[in-house]
Design a protein around this ligand. Structure first.
Ligand SMILES: Cc1cc2nc3c(=O)[nH]c(=O)nc-3n(C[C@H](O)[C@H](O)[C@H](O)COP(=O)(O)OP(=O)(O)OC[C@H]3O[C@@H](n4cnc5c(N)ncnc54)[C@H](O)[C@@H]3O)c2cc1C
Length: 429
């Protein structure tokens, strides 16, 4: 007999199955009208992750628990939303069901909101050897690796090894790459020399390798120039218009012939979708995003939708798809919640229209860049705005409070308080 995930029987309402409780999936689950819909929310983790602050976990600035929020707590008072922790493997559109590692789930409407994963551009070896930042667990792993490098550096008197351990290569000049480079530079300049008096931190190198012609390509030219200037002032070496070809035996090879010996290669160079079985290649773009129309319907279906990073929607204003940012996912979720209700009443759905609310990136202490509508600004005002916006958007009062305290502590003391190297113990070690 087919194994089914244990969920409440259908009770006269349409069942909406949402795969993924990221920005898009979570917003949609909260917005769907309980009068007309039962919601089954599936995610492989039992928490929502706030990706914009992953880099702060990686540099030991924030605890992982401050940027994750338990999904069950979020829906304690929403009895029409049923969360199940499981990984969705495939879709059976002909049976209106999805297959998960815990069994199958039937749907009336299916919404794919699975986000994207790190893109290694087909290079399996880079996938195995570099440090990534696409989940809370990866951010925690990055933190351990970075801290371990300093501990190892303190223990060696071999100059070659010291150089390798103190060299950080960040691949990808988007917001995450810039933020990581700036944060590492701050650590080198303000924090690490106090912790490791035995290390000469003038030997610590930070390299930022970017395949595009300028940093922060998705932002204004002003933002790129300011980010480049600030990072260079803080001692980051930037490589533009080049790409990493390999990372083998501790050596990073760059397409311009540069070789860098490093223990720490952080890969934040782009994202790609994860394919689910059951959709034909026709429904996917080359980067594995699901092609949707203006109503978020996946190509070839009218009961399956995709929102957020995984959805690829071409419009006149965005002929190459919308930016893969939190606002895109949130706005698609709100639009789809309204459209599903309109559909119930036989009304025409309204097409999705993205409203660009601007973008920001931090470059380190008192330094950030912001493009808000037609205004471009940088420095301390942009940095304070970045802090306020992120504090406002993070989920949970406790998380907001803890993050505020951690940020205030590090601002006034030039210190971060979470430099603990904690590894889970398993029966294997
Ligand atoms: C390091 C980093 C920094 C970023 N900074 C910013 C920023 O500053 N501003 C900004 O606007 N955007 C930023 N982004 C982008 C932003 O986080 C994404 O655009 C946004 O998270 C997309 O939301 P989503 O709902 O599409 O997917 P996600 O938020 O990625 O959520 C996808 C969910 O699906 C779940 N899932 C995936 N596959 C399965 C499966 N098969 N079965 C079950 N569950 C599954 C995942 O566990 C996850 O919970 C950043 C991203 C990263 C990685």
């Amino acid at each position: 007999m087919e194994k089914m995930v244990n969920i409440p029987e259908k009770a006269g309402k349409k069942r909406v199955v949402i795969v993924g409780a990221g920005f898009g999936g979570l917003k949609l689950a909260g917005k769907l009208n309980p009068e007309y819909f039962d919601v089954i929310l599936l995610d492989k983790n039992n928490y929502h992750q706030f990706q914009p602050l992953f880099y702060q976990v990686a540099i030991a600035g924030l605890e992982p628990s401050s940027i994750a929020y338990p999904l069950r707590k979020n829906f304690q008072k929403k009895h029409h939303v049923h969360f199940r922790m499981c990984e969705v493997i495939g879709v059976f559109p002909e049976n209106q069901s999805v297959e998960t590692n815990e069994g199958s789930v039937d749907y009336d409407y299916l919404v794919i909101a699975t986000g994207c994963d790190t893109n290694f551009f087909g290079n399996q070896s880079l996938k195995n050897t570099t440090i990534t930042l696409k989940s809370v667990s990866e951010a925690l792993y990055a933190r351990n690796r970075i801290l371990q490098s300093f501990e190892d550096a303190a223990s060696t008197n071999n100059e070659e090894l010291l150089k390798k351990r103190l060299t950080f290569v960040i691949v990808g000049g988007g917001a995450t790459g810039v933020e990581l480079a700036g944060a590492l530079a701050d650590m080198r300049n303000h924090i690490l020399p106090k912790d490791y008096p035995e290390i000469d931190f003038s030997k610590m190198q930070i390299h930022l390798v970017d395949a595009s012609p300028r940093l922060l390509l998705a932002m204004s030219e002003e933002a790129s120039v300011k980010a480049t200037e600030t990072l260079e002032d803080r001692g980051v070496k930037i490589y533009q218009n080049v790409f990493v070809t390999s990372y083998e035996d501790g050596v990073v090879s760059i397409s311009d012939g540069t070789r860098l010996v490093s223990d720490n290669v952080l890969w934040v160079a782009g994202i790609v979708g994860d394919k689910l079985s059951g959709f034909s290649q026709d429904s996917y773009t080359k980067s594995n995003r699901l092609i949707v129309n203006r109503y978020c319907e996946v190509k070839g279906f009218n009961d399956i939708f995709a929102i957020g990073d995984i959805a690829y929607m071409e419009t006149e204003a965005y002929p190459k798809g919308h930016p893969q940012v939190a606002q895109g996912a949130l706005q698609m979720a709100v639009n789809l919640a309204t459209n599903l209700e309109l559909k119930e009443f036989g009304h025409n759905p309204s097409p999705f229209k993205y409203v660009d609310k601007g973008s920001m990136a931090t470059i380190g202490r008192n330094a950030a860049v912001a493009d808000i509508i037609h205004f471009h600004f940088s420095g301390a005002p942009a940095w304070w705005l970045w802090l306020v916006v992120h504090l406002y958007t993070i989920m949970g009062i406790k998380n907001k409070l803890f993050i505020f305290l951690d940020w205030a502590w590090s601002y006034f003391t030039y210190d971060i308080s979470l430099r603990l190297l904690i590894r889970p113990k398993t029966k294997m070690n």
